[in-house]
Design a protein around this ligand. Structure first.
Ligand code: ATP
Length: 348
């Protein structure tokens, strides 16, 4: 797939505290949904604002196809960038109804068709019944869905979404995400989503850039960043994990406190590893001599699965199992790896 948006060496500082967007490089391909995922304050919104044209870049550039839209020497006005966006404050036109808000940007289709089409998109974001209300008569979550409908209805090549589902409850969030993803895919639009919610990025995006302190730590598919994190930050930000040090001896087999374990590459020397709780399992101790026996010290029942906390040789491990309760507090257990552990770069 061709690159649609190219962000190259993009840098922005507001004051002497250093860059909040620090030499970012990434591309969003045609028809791709790409997420910038990171903790609050890491610079995601500033990056999106630079792409939209609401901030000026100190260094680097933003390109859509071959056209430079932003660089220290070029600044295309937001309305001339051909980019749709949904920002956190929705910014709906207060004097227009929901349907008029959505129809407003549909200048490419004949006037008599605009409302019909606007209603269709509103229905898909679950807002069909509220089409004649003004923004002041809608809840935050409802306004958010109208803003989403308004941004995607004109089918811009690229749409920027800043935490677009943040005001929806868990059930509505999931269904709205699914609908919006399907609208984007069907129309062949590309989207850049900004979120601090790892589950949202994992379920909505085709690829994810994980940001920390103004920089990108890793770019990959949801499976790659989740199961093959490159750094300790990515491993921990994407979900719960078990981190441990081990001494490698030139192969992809290491000896750990849990016993022998495979790692994802040959390594030598002291290494830091991560293994997700669902890549470990528990069994009742048997008669094998070399078994390391741990103790269940906690249990979290979460409906679809159970997380056990296990103490072994003075260290705590998390193990996810399916939801059959097999072990009780204080039970002796053996932890068995189901997959290779992943080697992490040692940086804070
Ligand atoms: P959140 O998820 O909380 O929205 P974020 O990752 O989107 O956070 P930004 O909003 O980009 O982060 O902010 C990054 C940093 O830049 C923060 O420390 C913020 O205080 C600072 N910042 C953002 N806008 C400005 C501004 N106009 N002037 C000065 N500092 C700013």
């Amino acid at each position: 797939m061709k690159d649609l948006l190219t962000v190259k060496n993009l840098t922005k500082s507001f004051d002497e505290n250093g860059p909040v967007v620090d030499h970012l490089d990434f591309t969003v391909r045609e028809h791709e949904i790409f997420a910038l995922l990171g903790p609050s304050g890491c610079g995601k919104t500033t990056c999106l604002r630079l792409i939209a044209g609401f901030e000026h870049a100190d260094e680097g550039e933003v390109r859509v196809e071959d056209e430079v839209l932003e660089s220290p020497s070029k600044h295309t006005a937001p309305q001339d960038r051909g980019i749709g966006f949904v920002f956190q404050d929705y910014a709906l036109f207060p004097h227009l109804t929901a349907i008029e808000n959505v129809a407003f940007g549909l200048t490419d289709i004949p006037k008599y068709k605009r409302k019909v089409f606007a209603e269709e998109v509103l229905c898909r974001t679950g807002m069909g019944d509220y089409k004649d209300r003004n923004p002041s008569e809608l809840s935050g979550g409802q306004q958010q869905r109208v803003a989403l409908a308004r941004a995607i209805a004109p089918k811009p090549k690229l749409v920027l979404l800043d935490e677009p589902f943040s005001n929806l409850d868990a059930i509505l969030r999931e269904s709205t995400r699914k609908e919006v993803r399907s609208i984007l895919k069907k129309a062949g639009m590309s989207a850049l989503l900004v979120t601090h919610d790892q589950e949202e990025a994992l379920s909505f995006a085709d690829r994810i850039a994980v940001m920390n302190d103004g920089k990108i730590e890793q770019i990959g598919t949801p499976e790659e960043v989740y199961y093959k994190p490159k750094t300790k930050f990515v491993a921990q930000f994407l979900g719960r994990t078990n981190l441990f040090h081990a001494d490698a001896t030139g192969s992809s087999e290491i000896t750990t406190k849990l016993g022998p374990m495979r790692i994802n590459a040959d390594a030598d020397g002291r290494i830091l590893c991560s293994i997700r709780p669902e890549h470990l399992t528990l069994k009742t101790p048997g008669s094998e001599q070399e078994e390391q026996i741990g103790t269940i010290i906690g249990r979290e029942f979460k409906g679809h699965d159970i997380t056990y906390h296990v103490l072994l040789n003075g260290e705590k491990y998390l193990v996810h199992t399916d939801n059959r309760v097999l072990f009780e507090q204080e039970d002796p257990v053996v932890i068995k790896p189901l997959e290779s552990a992943v080697i992490l770069e040692e940086k804070e």
